[in-house]
Write a protein that binds this ligand. Structure first.
Ligand SMILES: [Fe+2]
Length: 459
């Protein structure tokens, strides 16, 4: 996909993220120096894309059955027989680790009368339908059923479970229901090369919560791919968040990114001291534990100081000295990538938040929002078990989720409070169209342009 450069200067006039990289003392990786600066037009977006059942049906047909989707961590299906059930709209896919150690994915339906073959994730020696006991091996081979005499017309060798494409990247298992889909490698474009340095495959999933949210899944998703809303929605983070100076990038059809520098104040604020930046970030951001000595030394910026303290905290559990090779950006910034259609992993050496948004079953008016946190394994430590998803209560706030803590959870609560009001307000737009910023909301535009390509058959 050729992309026009952003010629109209639509970027905050002050210091850029690239300017901050100039101040790094360690070498800056090429992927952070990339600055695609796209202009993807200024068209408005119809609210019918969020509100109409017809558009949901188009997504079911052209997006959910045709795109690569992250299912679980490889380590969640590591032992023979480990089986993970992934539900997306009205479909259910099984991912199973076979006796031979390979991963297979199947449509989760008994070939007899269609009952869902496996109800929930677990470890199974074989895949046996609870209804009439039609049974398949983990390799998908048909093993038989009671009263074989009644099925002379079923040829066992042709009654194997149809396979769904499955592949892995970064320790994540992905599936794609489209037998003609491009490879995951091709689909991910620049992403694997960018993450080569951060090795997400070595991380473990420390946190995983999910919550039903009262809006179309894209309403939730789009609140997490731009930093523009921080000034109004998250005012408490502005003292350490360079929100309006964020960099936005898109690559090809499936990958985009924003980088929001932390440890520097927002350009919306004036006269914030370095000590205030540090105090607020240590106090509010759950990514940064408050050190015993939190006084920013004379001649040092808050960003340098926080970077130093983050490296000291990291080094306590790791053989590698983070200060010797990692940029400050990789020690603290929000470096958030997204993989079309619904998966958004942070990058860097700090704990990496990862988001996933899906329709809530086949309902286009509610969604499932997931927040995960991946942490680099401590040197020499045994790999901890990945946290399984915990479904939060209907009225449970993110700030009440012990997994997230009050500071980080409160930020998600602020996003959460917007969501039903966005869904409701869209119905009241007389034009039935929303307006997008040229730069800060370019990832939303990019995302919808890709959505249109899938729906039109161009992709
Ligand atoms: Fe937010």
């Amino acid at each position: 996909m050729s992309q026009e450069k952003n010629q109209n200067g639509a970027r905050a006039p002050g210091r850029s993220y690239q300017d901050l990289l100039d101040e790094e003392t360690n070498p800056v990786p090429d992927c952070l120096r990339e600055n695609t600066n796209p202009y993807l037009g200024s068209d408005n977006l119809s609210v019918d894309r969020y509100l109409s059942r017809e558009f949901h049906e188009l997504e079911v047909e052209h997006v959910w059955q045709r795109t690569w989707q992250a299912v679980c961590r490889e380590t969640e299906v590591s032992a023979p027989g480990d089986t993970f059930v992934y539900d997306i709209v009205r479909f259910s896919i099984l991912v199973a680790r076979t006796e031979a150690g390979t991963l297979k994915a199947y449509r989760n339906a008994c070939l007899h009368r269609g009952r869902q073959l496996v109800d929930k994730s677990g470890n199974y020696q074989q895949l046996r339908c609870p209804y009439h006991a039609f049974t398949w091996s983990l390799e998908g081979d048909f093993k038989g059923a009671p009263c074989k005499w009644d099925f002379p017309h079923v040829n066992a060798s042709e009654f194997n479970l149809p396979e769904v494409k499955v592949d892995t990247w970064g320790g994540w298992v992905f599936i794609n229901m489209d037998p003609n889909a491009v490879s995951l490698q091709e689909y991910l474009g620049v992403l694997p090369a960018h993450f080569e340095r951060w090795k997400p495959e070595n991380a473990y999933k420390m946190v995983h919560v999910e919550k039903v949210i009262p809006c179309n899944w894209k309403v939730g998703w789009e609140a997490f791919i731009e930093s523009y809303h921080a000034v109004a929605t998250h005012p408490q983070i502005l003292r350490y968040t360079d929100d309006a100076d964020s960099q936005y990038d898109v690559w090809g059809d499936h990958i985009s990114r924003f980088i929001t520098a932390l440890g520097v104040p927002s350009p919306h604020l004036q006269d914030i001291s370095e000590q205030t930046v540090a105090d607020t970030m240590f106090g509010v951001s759950a990514m940064v534990a408050r050190p015993d000595d939190a006084v920013v030394p004379e001649g040092m910026t808050a960003r340098q100081f926080i970077g130093q303290k983050n490296a000291e905290a990291f080094n306590k559990n790791h053989d590698r000295d983070l200060a010797s090779f990692a940029t400050n950006s990789e020690r603290m910034d929000s470096i958030l990538y997204s993989i079309f259609p619904n998966f958004a992993p942070w990058a860097g050496f700090h704990p990496n938040i990862t988001y996933r948004f899906r329709p809530n079953g086949d309902d286009h008016k509610t969604a499932i929002m997931e927040v995960m946190v991946l942490c680099q394994l401590a040197s020499g430590a045994e790999r901890p078990k990945d946290a399984a998803a915990r479904r939060m209560g209907e009225n449970e706030l993110f700030s009440e989720a012990p997994e997230l803590g009050v500071a980080l959870g409160s930020i998600f609560d602020q996003d959460l409070f917007n969501m039903p009001m966005i869904q409701k307000g869209m119905h009241n737009l007389q034009s039935r169209e929303m307006v997008l910023g040229n730069y800060q909301e370019v990832r939303i535009r990019h995302y919808h342009q890709t959505l249109d390509k899938y729906i039109s058959g161009e992709l």
